[in-house]
Write a protein that binds this ligand. Structure first.
Ligand SMILES: Cc1cc2nc3c(=O)[nH]c(=O)nc-3n(C[C@H](O)[C@H](O)[C@H](O)COP(=O)(O)OP(=O)(O)OC[C@H]3O[C@@H](n4cnc5c(N)ncnc54)[C@H](O)[C@@H]3O)c2cc1C
Ligand code: SF4
Ligand code: SF4
Length: 487
């Protein structure tokens, strides 16, 4: 059963991968050599100072406990929703007050020994026991709830929030703070992936300000959402950098995006795991979309979430469209769709969106490369290119799959190849002994082809796109002539 919160790599730097060693050194090693606890003092100074300029950046990038939760505890964690009580301000304030009271008491007991040999050992031990407590409580919460459950109310996090508020009040943080920013909200797929991977279980995509920034003070600037956003529109930048990025981000292909009320008119099971859904538009009744564009299909209201699907049909009248989905056994959205989408159901769509696969019709030669489910946008693209007037003399489609029974829309493409001399349909199968046609990957075909003068359009899974790009570049295809969309 797919869950909302997904486990994904959160340690992108050596510090984030290894800082947990300091936690064990202080919390465990400190039981024997108490002075190790004194390491916590520079840590506290560093986190308080950094947060004045950059909010809770320490927590997501340098914190030894954070590294332990994200690197060691995540694989063992049940990764559940963090209970609202642990996120509440009241709970945070109570923990902070309790922590302050306990630390003051401990210091009061240590200070009478000031000047003696024991002083540093005793002071160090205060920090050792505190570090150990955080290791035990935070570790247990990590495993039984979520890796960053402790961070919701960590007193060090509260200190950072207070220091950050001061930095904001004095106008300094505005210049130095690198927040999550979105290059253009028009390009957001509303997929919720940024929220699903967020260690703090925040909802960035629902809270972007009118300045396109995510202002939530709980954000630990860990960049996990940035790395995982399928639209590639997130980054960690200052307000000034955000303004430059926003101004220079093109939204061509997204400017016609609108909400569309639609009804499911047909469901066709193409393969065991591939289904074609057709929608009739209700409001508006006509939508001007181009072959190669995609559409968002709403899968839930709370939180509002959609999934992006390439338009796999070509309706000149713009009154309907189809999308073709591969059902992922562990997919959150495709499971909801498989369970709840029936003929007659009202569905909210949003779009059309995308320009990468909208083919330039002024060129002479077009090469289309599809891997697996990445074939879907090419069905309307090839149909339109062949059935309407344009400059194109040659259209080649390379379609790669793993096993021969995975080809979809095969008869459609074969028929078009038979009817139009300028269209060549090349199929390739990676691992199927019974297949008698071309064997290997799409890259094997590209290696052998004459590529002079082609504009290339690629759609498929990421493991196909990387090698295909590499071969095209090795074969001297200009990067400006390659257009890619990951399915
Ligand atoms: C522009 C565009 C067009 C697309 N067109 C199509 C199309 O025509 N047909 C089609 O079937 N799909 C298409 N997709 C993909 C589609 O949007 C969904 O991503 C897909 O249906 C899976 O959604 P899901 O919610 O079921 O899967 P998810 O729950 O998002 O998971 C998908 C898979 O990835 C794994 N996973 C997810 N996130 C992570 C992570 N961070 N770390 C590790 N593993 C992870 C999951 O375990 C699962 O195996 C398109 C995507 C884009 C961006
Ligand atoms: S919003 Fe992004 S950067 Fe902030 S904590 Fe969540 S995943 Fe990390
Ligand atoms: S991850 Fe999805 S919802 Fe979040 S910003 Fe990127 S496209 Fe939008």
């Amino acid at each position: 059963m797919a869950t909302f919160n997904i486990k994904t790599n959160r340690t992108f730097t050596l510090v984030r991968k290894r800082a947990w060693i300091i936690t064990l050194l202080v919390a465990i090693g400190g039981l024997w050599y108490h002075k190790l606890g004194l390491l916590v003092i520079p840590i506290m100074i560093a986190l308080s100072a950094l947060s004045f300029f950059r909010g809770r950046q320490w927590c997501g990038n340098y914190c030894p406990h954070g590294s332990l939760y994200d690197f060691l505890a995540l694989p063992l964690s049940s990764n559940k929703k963090i209970p609202a009580i642990l996120k509440s301000k009241v709970f945070r304030a109570l923990v902070f007050a309790g922590f302050g009271y306990s630390m003051t008491n401990k210091f009061m007991k240590v200070f009478p020994t000031f000047g003696s040999d024991m002083f540093l050992d005793k002071l160090g031990f205060v920090f050792v026991t505190t570090y150990l407590m955080v290791l035990i409580v935070g570790g247990l919460l990590s495993i039984f709830i979520s890796p960053r459950a402790w961070c919701q109310f960590c007193p060090m996090g509260t200190i950072q929030t207070l220091s950050y508020k001061l930095g904001k009040l004095l106008g300094v943080a505005k210049l130095t703070d690198k927040k999550v920013i979105v290059a253009a909200q028009e390009k957001c797929h509303n997929c919720g992936k940024c929220a699903r991977v967020c260690p703090m279980q925040l909802l960035p995509y629902q809270e972007f300000s009118d300045k396109n920034q995510f202002d939530n003070e709980k954000c630990i600037r860990c960049s996990t959402c940035v790395v995982n956003c399928p639209a590639g529109i997130l980054s960690l930048d200052t307000q000034k950098e955000a303004e430059i990025i926003n101004a220079s981000t093109e939204i061509e292909g997204y400017e016609g995006r609108q909400r569309i009320s639609a009804v499911i008119s047909k469901i066709v099971q193409l393969k065991d795991d591939i289904t074609e859904y057709s929608f009739n538009f209700k409001d508006p009744q006509r939508v001007d979309y181009k072959p190669g564009q995609f559409i968002l299909v709403k899968i839930s209201d709370y939180p509002s979430m959609s999934r992006a699907y390439s338009i796999s049909s070509y309706d000149k009248d713009g009154r309907s469209l189809s999308v073709t989905m591969k059902n992922m056994s562990d997919g959150y959205g495709t499971q909801i769709i498989a369970d709840t989408f029936k003929v007659g159901k009202k569905v909210e769509l949003e779009g059309p969106m995308g320009k990468e696969l909208v083919v330039d019709k002024s060129v002479k030669k077009v090469l289309l490369i599809a891997g697996g489910i990445g074939i879907t946008p090419f069905r309307p693209i090839v149909t339109e290119l062949l059935q309407t007037k344009n400059n194109i003399d040659e259209i080649k489609l390379i379609y790669g799959v793993n096993k021969q029974d995975e080809f979809i829309y095969d008869d459609h493409f074969k028929k078009l190849e038979y009817e139009y001399a300028k269209f060549e349909y090349i199929k390739v199968v990676a691992s199927d002994k019974t297949w008698e046609g071309k064997k290997g990957f799409v890259t094997n075909i590209i290696q052998e082809m004459e590529l002079e003068g082609y504009k290339v359009y690629i759609c498929g899974p990421k493991p196909m796109i990387g090698p295909a790009m590499k071969v095209l570049k090795q074969r001297n295809v200009n990067e400006d002539d390659i257009f890619v969309e990951s399915a």
